[in-house]
Write a protein that binds this ligand. Sequence first.
Ligand SMILES: Cc1cc2nc3c(=O)[nH]c(=O)nc-3n(C[C@H](O)[C@H](O)[C@H](O)COP(=O)(O)O)c2cc1C
Ligand code: SF4
Length: 464
Amino acid sequence: MALEKIVFKGIDIPGNTDLKVYEEHGGYEQWKKILKDKITPEEVIEIVKKSGLRGRGGAGFPTGLKWSFVPQNTKKEKYLLCNCDESEPGTFKDREIIEKSPHQLIEGMLIAAYAFQGGVSYIYFRGEFVKGWKICEAALAQAREAGYIGENILGSGWNHQVWTHRGAGAYICGEETALINSMEGKRGEPRIKPPFPAVEGFYKSPTIVNNVETLTAVPKILENGPEWYHQWGTERSTGTKLWSCCGHISNPGVYEVPMGYSMKKFFEEELGGVWKDRALKAVIPGGSSTPAMTPEEFFACKMDYESIAEHGSMLGSGGMIVMDDQTCLVEVAEVLAQFYHHESCGQCTPCREGTGWVHRIIQDIERGQAQPDVKNVLFTVFDEIFGNTICPLGDSIVMPIKSLMDKWPEEFDYYIKEGKSKITGKARRPKKKEMPDNWRREKPFNYPKTEDYYTDFSKTAHSN
Ligand SMILES: Cc1cc2nc3c(=O)[nH]c(=O)nc-3n(C[C@H](O)[C@H](O)[C@H](O)COP(=O)(O)O)c2cc1C
Ligand code: SF4
């Protein structure tokens, strides 16, 4: 039986980007109710805390608890930043929300900011999300026009503004403090924590950064109550989760799945199993930064934070990448290494240099030119990177690649020994040319001479 959307039903309602359609389905009712019935910010936080909602951006931090960290004894403005950077390979669920149900996100943001008394919100868009940004801008204009955003909202005396901000398209700007730096017009580089943004974030003011999916769940939790949200999942992983599923499956797409649901059942009934009647080899379950799972681990686990961790990986952002038995995992490792090397912001030496080393070493394996003892060299580099960096991007190259090498050692050993892939029977890259020892001296660099820059004005059009 096909799983129906519950919290994110709005995604499947045709025309739901329009305010009228959203209102016809109960849209902005929770926002109106809070203001009309004078539900206090503390009460809103309590409801969200009780629901057990955890951040859907990857870390799974309890949302209500995070809001409660915002200091109230300050004259500074408090900000809500909605994280719509979504650049993790395999993750494409926030995009569904912003393109198909933007008003539910906006209503969630209004409620969240009210809960910690934030006066201004921004939605930070990944630069490439032009379509989603335009849809959100149109939705925001409608919400302003209807009086849900602005000064003295619906006569309540509460003021709140929501603006959008477009990034330039960098994975690292999804990390909350890099996002804040980017919003301030600085390079998108993560900051050392503490201080955490809830205390000192955007322009050194208290700031909550929340994922799109997290905020979009809030109106439905308010509407139906925390117990309703608790009916799904486990004690620690409550509610439902959006999963973006891609790779070698019959039915790729975005699915809403109750927490704790059987992974095997989901895989077979919803995703239609592995495509082309092939066998399953590996799955990266939570976005490309999470460890790969063997079919045994994958089928034994349930779809919640704890069960996936018990079976050797992480739920992360819920970006599932499925690989069939014809996938060369050395090639997968190279593609991952290239991505993380390219996206490293360069602040920490272990990440800046280490990601490049890992990438070059794996490329050498793919040329059939692996250096001696190459696996130990790689594991040493992993040890130097892991846990030794400002943000978890360094760990993100280590976790998936190390898991591939640990769980499928024969594929790496074969490539290293035979100089070609166990799966494709070929080396993926041409061999590097052997350079003569004295190649630098043989071909001296040709420094330009002064006359190379000299312009003979007597020969120009204006010389007369
Ligand atoms: C390298 C890196 C990239 C990240 N990218 C995103 C992202 O694209 N979207 C997101 O919501 N969180 C991302 N995060 C997590 C954020 O730092 C932060 O935990 C999250 O936005 C908090 O929202 P939540 O509590 O609602 O999950 C990323 C973290 C790291 C380390
Ligand atoms: S770990 Fe990498 S991406 Fe994160 S701050 Fe350090 S260099 Fe930048």
